[in-house]
Design a protein around this ligand. Structure first.
Ligand code: RVP
Length: 509
């Protein structure tokens, strides 16, 4: 066995092994990269952006989901801001909106505009309802303008008798198809409201969403969507404690409740040490309160850690302690296990418990992803994505080259901004007592996320083609590993030439 020598685990990471080629009748483009993190959370590609303050906010999460993956919004911000960030992703585009954002007749148009700016709505047409949710009219986007800021919604709305509606009973079978037909039959109509027998508002379709869904079904890149056709989005939280050291149950449940109300698809209890009482208690508590919510927990690097979190109620477990490009945990604390070995141990326990695992950190190229996916259900990336336009922060120019900031959540600066609890510290200790476990760095600017993901996905598909794996389950089943010597590692990368061009990457989309 590659992972053991004299009964001692051997610490191997991605570059220490290579995958043996196998008989194949699968072409790269025929492979299916879909993966499942729980019964309700399915992604089109197995790539997740790290919950780090220089990697994932709403802009990154929207693009990740549009490309079929998932973004985990970090928690170095106030709870209120995180809820707003999730709302931005979930409101990005809709199919059938079951709980449309409504306005009241006696509101001023200016108030509606403030709300649009605050929540980042990508639309400006709203149904108008009374206190009992009865439909009064439709506020068209063309009147939601500064010029009319002092006018009342009731003055500007299209009245009820001129608004197109369907009874909810007419859309039960296939809502999207019903709406598609309606918009084809009704030339020039852009909004369709759904009401019940009492004329109470039950939902909303917009033509642009239906058209986008039509267009997507023709494309090769499929977005990751929830059952209401909204983009998928996750949010990370910490096992927050009160000053006396007890878990802050009220804050956690209250905050997660608000994220769930916005439609969050998964909550990640994200810490440096997941095999710990605080994380176990938090997962158990959340499982008790939110029975159907997909819970991600971590990080751990052992079979016992995986079993502990699975027993507490986690659906997916993050594996990785110390592999991150900006992480110094192994140097500072002397702790951690090289990533292939950690994944190997974790995968045995995960299979036993029926949970998914994510390979978190240390991935520097698509080949690492293929190797990780022979054991894990998905990969989590920071460094590969931090240079994208969609990552938070400005492009910095140094000597004519463009960079973006990338920092570890365990760096002193990030811990001061909120992530101290992730490393078991109190925020006020940072300056005096807590040892940093991460660094501040720069990444070269690499253009749009879509271009970067296209390259990475292409690499995963090539790997699967070499192993004759039509999907990720087959990849996990078939993989055979070869240990690579130092000379073999040298041979694996370009060598003994002068590089002129590395690849055709960073083509924008
Ligand atoms: P990488 O993709 O190699 O840059 O690693 C990103 C991962 O590193 C994150 O998803 C997280 O698990 C871990 N991380 C983040 N901050 C730190 C740190 O400061 N030690 N580590």
């Amino acid at each position: 066995d590659q992972f053991f020598q004299n009964n001692l685990p051997v610490g191997l990471t991605y570059d220490d092994i290579s995958l043996a080629t196998l008989y194949s009748d699968v072409l790269p483009r025929q492979t299916n990269l879909g993966t499942r993190l729980s019964e309700s959370l399915e992604l089109q590609i197995p790539i997740i952006s790290s919950d780090m303050d220089t990697v994932t906010e709403s802009k990154m999460a929207i693009k990740m989901a549009l490309n079929g993956g998932l973004g985990l919004i970090h928690y170095n911000m106030t709870d209120e801001k995180q809820v707003r960030e999730v709302a931005r992703v979930k409101n990005h585009i809709h199919g059938f909106i079951q709980e449309p954002i409504k306005v009241e007749p006696n509101q001023k148009i200016g108030e509606v505009m403030d709300r649009i700016a605050d929540r980042g709505y990508g639309f400006s047409t709203f149904p108008v309802v009374d206190d009992n949710n009865k439909l009064l009219g439709l506020l068209p986007g063309r009147v939601v303008k500064a010029r009319y800021a002092n006018r009342l919604v009731s003055e500007a709305m299209t009245p009820r008798d001129q608004v197109y509606t369907l009874n909810e009973k007419e859309i039960t079978k296939d809502p999207i198809k019903t709406a598609d037909k309606f918009f084809t039959d009704h030339l020039g109509i852009h909004k369709l409201l759904v009401v019940d027998d009492e004329d109470r508002l039950r939902g909303l379709f917009t033509l642009s969403d239906i058209e986008r869904i039509d267009a997507e079904s023709q494309q090769s890149v499929k977005p990751a969507r929830d059952s209401h056709f909204r983009l998928m989005c996750g949010a990370a939280i910490s096992a927050h404690r009160k000053p006396d050291g007890e878990l802050d149950r009220e804050r956690i449940i209250n905050h997660v409740g608000k994220l769930v109300d916005e439609g969050v698809d998964t909550i990640a209890v994200s810490t440096a040490h997941g095999f710990s009482k605080g994380v176990g208690d938090t997962i158990r508590m959340l499982r008790g309160e939110f029975a159907d919510l997909t819970l991600i927990a971590g990080n751990v690097t052992s079979a016992e850690g995986v079993e502990f979190l699975a027993d507490a109620g986690a659906n997916t477990i993050k594996i990785g302690q110390g592999p991150g490009s900006i992480c110094t945990t192994r140097i500072v604390a002397g702790v951690g296990i090289p990533q292939m070995t950690a994944l190997y141990c974790a995968s045995i326990a995960a299979r036993k418990k029926g949970v998914a695992i994510l390979a978190d950190g240390g991935i520097t190229k698509s080949g690492d992803m293929v190797k990780a996916l022979t054991l894990a259900n998905g990969v989590m990336c920071g460094s590969l994505l931090a240079g994208c336009n969609e990552a938070p922060g400005q492009i910095i120019e140094i000597n004519g080259k463009q960079y973006k900031q990338y920092r570890g959540m365990g760096s002193s600066a990030a811990m001061k901004d909120g992530s101290a609890s992730r490393y078991g510290h109190d925020r006020k200790d940072i300056a005096t007592k807590a040892a940093a476990e991460g660094i501040e760095a720069l990444k070269e600017s690499v253009g749009s996320l879509s271009g970067v993901l296209r390259e990475l996905v292409g690499g995963i598909q090539s790997g699967m083609g070499y192993l004759g794996a039509a999907d990720l389950a087959q990849l996990r089943e078939k993989a055979r590993y070869i240990r690579v010597s130092p000379a073999g590692q040298k041979e694996s990368a370009p060598h003994d030439v002068i590089t002129v061009k590395t690849s055709d990457s960073s083509a924008d989309s």
